[in-house]
Every structure is written in C-alpha cells, then in structure tokens.
Write a protein that binds this ligand. Structure first.
Ligand code: NOJ
Length: 548
C-alpha cells in the first residue's frame, strides 16, 4: 500500500508515539530497537494509526535516554543503524504509516564532538561560543553566572576545572547550544536535510520553546510568579518562549518545503497561554504543536471545555489544526491521573506528582471516555504507546532500578518518569510479555509488573470491551467517517457536567462527566460507546459516538 494522498495529512493525523527503548526489543538485549518497531508495524497498521513519532534514536550516551545526542547523523548501536532506519521508513510507508523522528536542538550530549572540542579549546575560544559558557559570579567566579535552574533539579550551570561555567537547562550531560551562533543554525538545517532525504515525514521538536536565551542571561523571575492568579512562569522569561525563537522555525519551514510531499513539524512547546502556543504554528512556521493544556486538564467538564474552546479559537486564528494528547513519556499515564480525586498533582508546573489514593477502575473508565472525546475533537491526536492497552503508571518501581536523571538530580525526592516508560506487554503470562524474543539474553531495562498479563495485546485482541478493541474501533470509524479529523465542532445544549458536540455530517459525541446518568439525545444509531448505553442512557464517566 502507498501513502494516502489526502493532503495535508497532519491536519487530522493520529500519531502513535513510539518510545523506542520500551516498545519492542528485536535483538533480545532488553532494550527496544528499530528491529522491534519493524516487527510490530503490522500491529500499528491494524491499530489504524497514520504515523509514528519515534523518540530520539541517535547516537547517545543515554544520560537522558537519547535526549543527549552525540551524533545526529548516526543511530545508536542499541537501536540499530542508519540503514535499518531507512528500511524502517520505507517499510512503514508501505504500510501507509508515516515516520516522524524526534529532533533535539536545544542541547547536545557532552560527548558531542562540538562540546568535546569546546572543552579542549579552553576559555575564550571560538569553540566555546557554540555553547553557553560564562565566567562565574562572586569571589573567584565561584558562583553560577545566574540563578537559572535545571528542569531536572539543581542549578542549570556546571563549572569546569578551568573555571568556566556552562549552561544546561536539563542534565549536566546536556549542554545547551548557543542559538546566536551561525554554525548552530547551519548545522541543524543540514541535519534536517540529512533525514528528509532519507524519507522522514517530519520531526517532533524537543524543547521548541527553549532554544533562544536572553543575550545578557539575566536572572530568571521566581519559578511560579503568578499572573492573573495563575502560576505562569514563561512570561518574558529569559530562556523560555522568547519571541526570537520563531525566526528559527521560519527558516526550518523553508527547508521542509524544499522536499517533495507533505512534511510536518510538531512543537514540544510549553507556552503559558493558547495565544503564545499558536505563535509556533503560524502559516510560515511549524505545522502543529502538542496541546499540553489538554493533557494537563483535569477530568472536569469546565476545565476540558475551556481548554477545547481556547485551543480551537487560538489555533484556528492562525489557520493551524488543533492536536490532542493525553499522555507521553514524560508524564504519569492518564488512567492513573484520572483515577485520583484531585488535580493537585500538577501544582508544580509541568511535572505531575501523583497524590491521594488511586482508584484504577475509575481512572480506566475515564480513560476510555477520554479516548472517545480525544478522537472526536477536530484536528489531530497523539496516542502514547500502551495507552491503547490501558496501561497504568507503574508507581512501585524499586528505587534501585530507577534510571531517569530526575531521580538523582532531585536528591531522590522525585522518582522521575520511569513509571510511564515500562516496556510494553505484547503476549504471554509473565515478563517480558513478548517484549523481547524468547531467546533474549537481557531482561527488560525496567521491570514489568507481575500482574500485567491482562494488559497484553494478545489478551485484549478480539476481547469485546477491552481498551485495545475500543481504540481499534474508534480509529477505524475515525478513518471512515467524513465528520472526523480536521474541521470544526458545534456544542449542543446539555445539562451541567455533560459535554456534547456535533460534527458535520451527522456525528455527535457525548461525554458524561456529571454524577448522574444522562438520557441520550435522539439519534439514528450508536457508533461506539466507552461503556454500555443500554436503554439509551449514558453512565457517569462514559462517552458515546452517535450517528444522527
Ligand atoms: C523533553 C523530552 O520530552 C524529555 O523526555 C527530555 O528529558 C527533555 N525534553 C530534554 O531533552
């Protein structure tokens, strides 16, 4: 099969996120790889996704599991080779699936040749200008150049034995590039061309809001300075979401447009308001952006409707499609978020910390309803691997297996993101649940729970009422139904706590977030429901798609 010629595909695409380490292990070393992805393309095809986004697969010492790139033109040996990547791209295309790798332009690995050259060349050298090196403050320069903090905890600066400090908004092994340097611009345009020439259909852009720093590197305002009563931290911030960053993306759009076909950039941009986010996806810049406001919304009708309306309005104003996302490799899986009574977990900003007791059955019911809501909204959607299996967060990983740098950098106060990165269960009754081949030499890089046999693809396939079959049905209907994907919605009158909207032609989605069952409006037939709608009644925490 060849790629569908609906253009542009990214306005309505369902993109499946492959966290490569944890998706499928082809060579039996306990870590997912390209061979594993290739072996599971038929699964992705049958699931019905349009594209895959693959987390970084480049050569890397893996201090942040690939987000520390040592060579952007090489694939890490753990995952495969450039030739295998090319074969994967071609094979995915034959299945009608597009391929969107991850690009990490804010920082490199400390093992990247440029950083190694900068270290060797010493203070004041031109090699250091490609990164952000500075003298320290205070007596003998012993204090960091400013008060910036690393997203992973601790200061954003590390001092070298020669006295210079260098900036890293993430781990010390991830020095920030200096986007005021022409070499950096030229290099990334070249990297884009390298991969576009190999057939990739776009890029997910890591930390898209962080590349440009205030040239004077002033102190940052307090992390949670409230604006209009909300904890805003990016407003006129010296290193987040600066206006100048958009010039970079305008130049990249031109590079993408040099290549035939439809390519898509998706921004990982954490912006304070939908207006600020929309700036990334203006017509001459990036194509789409993740909707983290939607991901962070609690299971609350007003919260969700507010985010949906604001997103559609602001993105619509710049002509960009909305996208919707519930989970990814950085946040607690949503059945485990929705299974808790409060949204307090987000109070620290972008990091969610589970608090309060978990009711997983409740979280799962809501996750089923959320899937139907998400896939019925106008625009594109993201599915994080394992979400279609209803996987919960693994909250009891033993401390000695934790690998996320956040665990160490937070002084063991934050377990980090490993709980949502546990390898996928495919089949069988015990670990590695088909994640690795039978003759594997290594165990999965994070241990899988002993009670995951009910979550496997094998156990859920053909099982009416399973999360997997719900996703399969939803994606099949979404492909076939002319009302779904790109477009608009009209809200329908409904009692408090019920979200109901119509899409043309003839489609209605109803989600019941109220405490009482809801009698469905008149309809020709039920297309799909997250729970039984016997007697024409929609239960609390359920959603339905209607043909009207
Ligand atoms: C965002 C990525 O999603 C996350 O996993 C990574 O640690 C940081 N960017 C740093 O690259």
């Amino acid at each position: 099969m060849s790629l569908p010629d609906t253009s542009p595909w990214w306005r309505s695409a369902v993109i499946y996120q492959v966290y490569i380490r944890s998706f499928a292990d082809g060579d039996g070393d306990g870590v997912g790889d390209i061979a594993g992805i290739r072996s599971r393309l038929p699964y992705l095809k049958s699931l019905g996704v349009d594209a895959i986004w693959i987390n970084p697969w480049y050569k890397s010492p893996m201090a942040d599991h690939g987000y520390d790139v040592a060579d952007f033109r090489a694939i890490d040996g753990l995952f495969g080779t450039v030739a295998e990547a090319e074969e994967l791209i071609a094979e995915a295309h034959r299945h009608g699936i597009r391929v969107v790798p991850d690009l990490v332009p804010n920082h490199t690995s400390d093992q990247h040749i440029w950083f190694q050259q900068a270290l060797a060349a010493g203070p004041g050298s031109p090699e250091r200008e490609r990164y952000v090196f500075r003298a320290g403050r205070g007596p003998g320069g012993s204090l960091p150049p400013n008060n910036w903090v690393s997203e992973f905890g601790g200061p954003a600066w590390t001092r070298l034995p020669d006295g210079d400090w260098y900036l890293h908004l993430f781990a010390p092994e991830q020095p920030d590039l200096n986007w005021q340097h022409p070499d950096v611009h030229a290099e990334f345009k070249d990297i884009l061309r390298f991969w576009f020439a190999r057939g990739v259909d776009g890029f997910r852009i890591d930390v898209a809001h962080g590349l440009v720093k205030h040239p004077e590197l002033p102190d940052a305002p307090a992390r949670l300075d409230p604006v209009d009563g909300e904890p805003h931290r990016h407003v006129d911030h010296p290193h987040w979401d600066r206006d100048e960053v958009h010039d970079i993306y305008r130049a990249w759009r031109k590079v993408a447009d040099e290549f035939e076909g439809d390519r898509c950039f998706v921004a990982e941009a954490w912006a304070d308001t939908p207006e600020r986010l929309a700036a990334y996806v203006r017509a001459d810049a990036l194509h789409t952006a993740f909707n983290f406001d939607y991901l962070k919304a609690s299971w609350d009708p007003d919260d969700l409707r507010g985010v949906i309306d604001a997103s559609l309005a602001m993105l619509g104003a710049v002509g960009a499609p909305a996208t919707w996302v519930l989970s990814n490799h950085d946040v607690t899986r949503h059945p485990s978020r929705y299974g808790r009574s409060s949204a307090e977990g987000w109070s620290g900003g972008a990091r969610y910390t589970p608090c309060g007791p978990l009711d997983l059955a409740l979280g799962t019911r809501r996750a089923r309803a959320a899937a139907l809501l998400t896939l019925a909204l106008p625009g594109g959607a993201y599915i994080y691997q394992g979400e279609e299996l209803g996987l919960p967060e693994v909250e009891d990983l033993p401390e000695d297996v934790l690998q996320d740098p956040i665990w160490e950098r937070s002084g063991h106060t934050d377990a980090g993101r490993d709980g949502c990165r546990v390898p996928i269960p495919w089949s069988g009754r015990q670990p590695p649940y088909g994640f690795s081949p039978d003759d594997a030499t290594g165990s999965p890089w994070l241990p899988q729970p002993a009670d995951w046999s009910g979550f496997t693809v094998e156990a859920q396939t053909g099982e009416p009422g399973s999360m997997l079959e719900l996703y399969r049905d939803a994606l099949r209907l979404r492909r076939a139904h002319p009302a779904l994907g790109d477009g608009t919605l009209t809200w329908l009158d409904a009692p408090p706590g019920v979200l109901a909207f119509r899409r043309e032609p003839g489609f209605v989605c109803v989600v019941n977030l109220s405490a009482t069952p809801y009698a469905l409006p008149e309809h020709a037939s039920v297309l799909l429901a997250s729970a039984s709608v016997e007697g024409g009644v929609l239960a609390t925490d359920a959603a339905v798609w209607l043909d009207v």
